[in-house]
Design a protein around this ligand. Structure first.
Ligand SMILES: *Cc1c(COP(=O)(O)O)cnc(C)c1O
Length: 487
């Protein structure tokens, strides 16, 4: 047998990396929508490796075979492009990560990388745990991190229970994220990172990204931002100084609701006081090859491919759903049974002016419809009913079109009562900190015609006028009707 040797594969690998890089550089020159649609999947990739398939194929395979032991050695020493084993990498994951890295860094000139995770929570855990490691110079030092308490309920539990209570890693809560002094007062030499969610789910909290990023960097620590609610179509925190972005891709990016998915996107050369050069240089690459390889939170190829398919339309969708949400928020703010509406798009929202500086529909200035930068605030909003917990539940139970589910980002409108669902476990005090009263309904507006959603909310609010509302649900699914003889 004529052996090729490891160097042969290394040279071929370099050639491949070059054309991949050339393709990515070409994509970086395209507009947001073009990147969302094509990602890093090229015609060469289609023709040479995927039998011409115009859509990124789903690689349902645990692992990759090698031509010989030399190629295997080159691959497993990370000298050639390889995916090896799907806990570490997989071609479908690669396409998914490639497009997300480009979208989050769009228009910034920043070189970013991405790692896919099985969920948004796994993304948060992977991102923060990388900083919660023993400092060899000071192994007994206590660790803390500083972060907004207006966060997604799952994040609240991860920080409060899993970190603070179970591991004695102190979460220093920022109660009023608009106050930069409060952030500053909580940081000390044992602070490992700063964490913020914006806009927050569900309370629509917001903070001055640039100022908080500068503050973090002045202490040599990174800023991690959960940007799920905005998506890269409306806000790209890396542009404003954040080091790392986490996404619950499950939500608006993966709007069809076929599965759960997450991602971390980080700039190259993050700021950190942890002495780890590989981690600093390429945070996501480091996670992929080391901690996440060992911990195993990676995304399945099926979910990566399905999510990526939805991402192709993210900009246009976020435009439509944001406009509808604005219309619904305006309707609600004038309704006699509504105590208040929390939506950053409303001028009455105390953080409206701040959000207005940050949240724009990407590329609207190049869109023939707009021709200028236009603000868009997404499709998550909440409103408070004039009444108690029971009245709130009565209204909620009367929705006929809007689904009652603990979900958001769907192409269909979905509502929940956070106090009894997403934010139930954090208890009364935690809810108070996060600004979640019992009469709050969270609504995430889908792509239906907004008038139909307004009509549904309007008829549901009529229960507060004494309308008696009863619903009867069918006992059999309509899907079973084909086998029944309907007389
Ligand atoms: C849903 C959500 C998460 C958690 O994401 P999963 O994909 O459900 O694990 C994190 N942050 C925000 C803002 C969310 O809405």
């Amino acid at each position: 047998m004529n052996k090729k040797g490891v160097p042969y594969y290394v040279v071929a690998g370099k050639r491949a990396m070059n054309w991949h890089k050339e393709n990515i550089d070409k994509m970086k020159k395209c507009r947001f929508d073009t990147i969302a649609v094509h990602g890093i999947y090229s015609m060469q990739e289609a023709l040479d490796f995927n039998q011409g398939s115009i859509i990124e194929p789903i690689y349902m395979s645990t692992s990759q075979t090698y031509r010989d032991s030399d190629e295997m050695e080159a691959a497993l020493s990370y000298q050639i492009p390889t995916w090896c084993y799907s806990r570490i990498a997989n071609p479908s994951m690669y396409y998914y990560e490639g497009v997300l890295a480009l979208l989050e860094s769009y228009g910034t000139g920043i070189d970013a990388s991405c790692i896919g995770t099985s969920s948004g929570m796994a993304a948060i855990q992977s991102a923060v745990d990388a900083f919660l490691v023993v400092d060899p110079k000071n192994p007994k030092a206590p660790m803390n991190f500083v972060g907004t308490c207006q966060v997604y309920g799952g994040t609240y539990q991860q920080f409060n229970v899993r970190k603070d209570q179970e591991k004695a890693i102190e979460w220093r809560k920022v109660v009023n994220p608009g106050n930069i002094e409060e952030w500053a007062s909580k940081i000390d030499k044992n602070t490992r990172f700063i964490y913020g969610e914006l806009p927050s789910n569900p309370s629509q909290s917001f903070f001055d990204l640039k100022k908080v990023a500068d503050l973090a960097h002045s202490h040599n620590i990174p800023l991690i931002v959960d940007s799920t609610v905005a998506t890269p179509a409306l806000l790209r925190p890396l542009e404003h100084g954040a080091d790392i972005v986490v996404q619950s891709v499950t939500k608006s990016l993966f709007t069809s609701g076929f599965g759960i998915a997450g991602a971390i996107i980080a700039r190259k050369n993050i700021t950190t006081n942890i002495d780890n050069d590989a981690m600093k240089a390429d945070f996501c690459g480091y996670l992929k090859l080391l901690p996440n390889r060992d911990n195993g939170p990676s995304i399945s190829p099926m979910n990566a491919a399905l999510a990526m398919n939805d991402m192709k339309t993210i900009r246009m969708r976020m435009d439509v759903v944001s406009r509808s949400t604005m219309k619904i928020a305006e309707f609600l703010s004038k309704h006699k049974h509504i105590e208040g509406v929390d939506y950053l798009g409303l001028e009455t929202h105390p953080l409206h002016n701040l959000a207005k500086e940050y949240m724009f529909l990407v590329d609207s200035e190049y869109d023939e419809l707009y021709g200028k930068k236009v603000n868009r605030y997404g499709h998550l909003m909440s409103f408070r009913i004039k009444g108690d917990a029971k009245a709130t539940r009565n209204v909620f139970d009367a929705f006929q079109r809007i689904y009652r589910a603990t979900d958001l980002g769907r192409i269909k409108s979905v509502a929940t009562i956070p106090a009894i669902s997403t934010h139930q476990q954090q208890g009364e005090e935690g809810r108070k900190l996060a600004g979640i009263p019992m009469n709050l309904i969270r609504l995430c507006v889908g792509a239906e015609h907004p008038n139909d959603i307004i009509a549904d909310i309007n008829q549901a609010l009529e229960v507060l006028d004494g309308k008696v509302y009863t619903v009867t649900y069918p006992e059999y699914s309509a899907g079973g009707a084909s086998s029944a003889t309907l007389k």
